[in-house]
Write a protein that binds this ligand. Structure first.
Ligand code: HEM
Length: 425
């Protein structure tokens, strides 16, 4: 049977006649990436202002991301974008204390701590599922709206709600998630405006830091801008990923069965990745095909040679994660949805250096363990309650404006399973 090939980004090619602005490359990547990046390791382009170097070789990408010698630094253009959207925050690395702040903020969601956030995440998911009766049958699930509400509620319950509220649905948070969805639909500026209002609301109800944590475990108190970043980074990428993950799974009833079988083990309810190889393979394959951060940017501070190409000071480095994940140089059938490749049954190495959806190095995502635990929990609980099928009336599309996202209104059909049993946590 031919493997299922889900939608791809339309890579238009870097035009030599109309050179795109650097801001355009940052905002609408696929429209400006050179077509060769899917088959070459390093691709150099000249713009009137700077050289732009596209790196799609895993070893080089890691070298750039984990560089500590100061050759590759955070992108100035990205810094400007962050300043404009979020303002200065504790995660701004232009001050000397950045690393210390980052460690402190990351502590509550360190990999060894995420298990205890599980009940809050599971209760958010169960409450969301309980509201889906109207979407069953042929109606179709408004996937992106529901996933945004779910991801926002889960983040709130796990990290911001005080203990007593963690397992209780808060209508104000559900309404806030729905408002964020509507604002996002209208445009980025509307979304940030809504998120800023929400941040103030959240802070007004919180103790210092991430208040959902026991006393003494509280991290560095968060200022408004850092809270804003946390609320955005902590739910937006998860929204995109769980949307893709469920839609992809809807095309593979056999995998849904394997996921359920895995969740029938009592231990699996702890969302321990070791006990959930199939669920984790589905998550990894989803993030391979659709990394929410489709590219990572850096600037070159010192002249350097990359795979035989001389790169001058001030060049902009683009690591197009999407293309690295889909390059035929590193993956078999790169455009096919085949989670089995991460089960060690096929040729590809599951630890492949070419898989970097959370980036690498000192700026890498510190929410990676929490995100994967959440995604596993959502998939387990939803597959336990429903059989998922694609909705032929609403095909899925793929867009990348900053973030790589699914786009459709109701792309999934929900068929309730009579035998559903609540996965216990
Ligand atoms: C599927 C889910 C997620 C993906 C794919 C993802 C991906 C990423 C990537 C690629 C970066 C680094 C960008 C760069 O190097 O320029 C990043 C940074 C970050 N992520 Fe995530 N992320 C996810 C979920 C989360 C969650 C759940 C949280 C928090 C609860 C979070 C918090 C952050 C923060 C605060 C940063 C900035 C770190 C810094 O600048 O030092 N992310 N994320």
């Amino acid at each position: 049977m031919a493997a299922f090939e889900p939608p791809k980004l339309d890579i238009r090619g870097f035009s030599d006649s109309v050179v795109p602005s650097l801001a355009a490359i940052m905002e609408r990547p696929a429209e400006h990436w050179p077509c060769e990046i899917l088959s070459r390791r390093v691709t150099l382009r000249e713009t009137p202002r700077r050289q732009v170097v596209f790196v799609t070789e895993p070893g080089l990408a890691r070298r750039i991301l984990t560089d500590r010698a100061g050759t590759f630094v955070r992108s100035r253009m990205q810094n400007r974008f962050f300043d404009f959207s979020f303002g200065k925050s504790l995660l701004d690395n232009r001050g000397g204390q950045w690393m210390e702040h980052r460690r402190s903020i990351a502590r509550p969601i360190a990999p060894h701590r995420v298990a205890r956030l599980l009940p809050a995440v599971a209760s958010a998911c169960r409450d969301r599922i309980a509201s889906w009766e109207e979407y069953e049958g042929d109606a179709g699930l408004p996937l992106l709206r529901e996933m945004r509400i779910l991801a926002f509620d889960a983040l709130w319950r796990a990290l911001f709600a005080v203990e007593a509220k963690r397992t209780v649905s808060d209508p104000e948070i559900v309404a806030a998630g729905a408002r964020l969805f509507a604002a996002h639909h209208k445009g980025f500026e509307h979304y940030i405006e809504e998120l800023r209002d929400l941040t103030e609301w959240v802070m007004g109800r919180s103790r210092d830091g991430l208040p959902g944590l026991p006393e003494g475990d509280t991290a560095q108190p968060l200022d408004v801008n850092s809270t804003l970043i946390f609320l955005d980074a902590g739910h937006d990428n998860v929204t995109a990923t769980i949307g893709w993950a469920l839609w992809l799974l809807a095309h593979r009833p056999d995998l849904q069965e394997r996921v359920r079988a895995e969740w029938n083990h009592a231990d699996a309810a702890r969302a321990d990745p070791e006990k959930l190889p199939v669920t984790m393979a589905c998550i990894r394959e989803t993030l391979r095909l659709y990394p929410p951060a489709p590219q990572i940017l850096r600037d070159v501070a010192e002249p350097v040679e990359l795979d035989g190409t001389r790169v001058g000071r001030n060049a902009m480095i683009v690591i197009p994660v999407y293309a690295l994940h889909r390059s035929e140089l590193w993956w078999q059938e790169p455009d096919a949805y085949r989670p089995e490749r991460f089960l060690g049954q096929e040729g590809d190495d599951p630890q492949a250096a070419a898989w970097i959806p959370f980036s690498k190095g000192e700026r890498a995502c510190f929410g990676a363990a929490f995100a994967q635990m959440e995604l596993a929990m959502f998939i387990g609980l939803i597959a336990d309650r429903y059989e998922l099928a694609p909705n032929p009336a609403d095909p899925m599309r793929c867009t990348a404006r900053w973030v790589l996202r699914p786009e459709a209104d109701a792309p999934i059909l929900l068929r309730p399973r009579d035998t559903a049993r609540a996965v216990r946590t």
